[in-house]
Design a protein around this ligand. Structure first.
Ligand code: SF4
Ligand code: SF4
Length: 71
């Protein structure tokens, strides 16, 4: 159960800023997002929702829809 891969990142940092578990770090050389601590991923789906280019893939087997208080 975790974030699986990041492909096609544009370096906007949204996922880095939003991840409550600090799973994602920005590579300061490439300026792109990287998965650093996948074992800490809570599959909250926030990074997927906030990524403007759909670059983030969550392990589909353990995927569940984002639960929100407002929706
Ligand atoms: S699904 Fe949630 S915990 Fe996992 S990497 Fe994305 S924002 Fe972080
Ligand atoms: S939200 Fe998407 S485009 Fe932005 S840094 Fe993260 S993976 Fe890259």
């Amino acid at each position: 159960m975790s974030i699986e891969k990041i492909e096609g990142c544009n370096g906007c940092r949204a996922c880095f800023d939003i991840c409550p578990m600090d799973v994602i770090r920005m590579n300061e050389e490439t300026k792109l997002a990287e998965i650093q601590y996948p074992q800490d991923c809570q599959v909250c789906n926030l990074c997927v929702v906030f990524c403007p280019v759909d670059a983030i893939t969550i392990n589909k087997e353990k995927y569940w829809p984002l639960m929100t208080a407002w929706g």
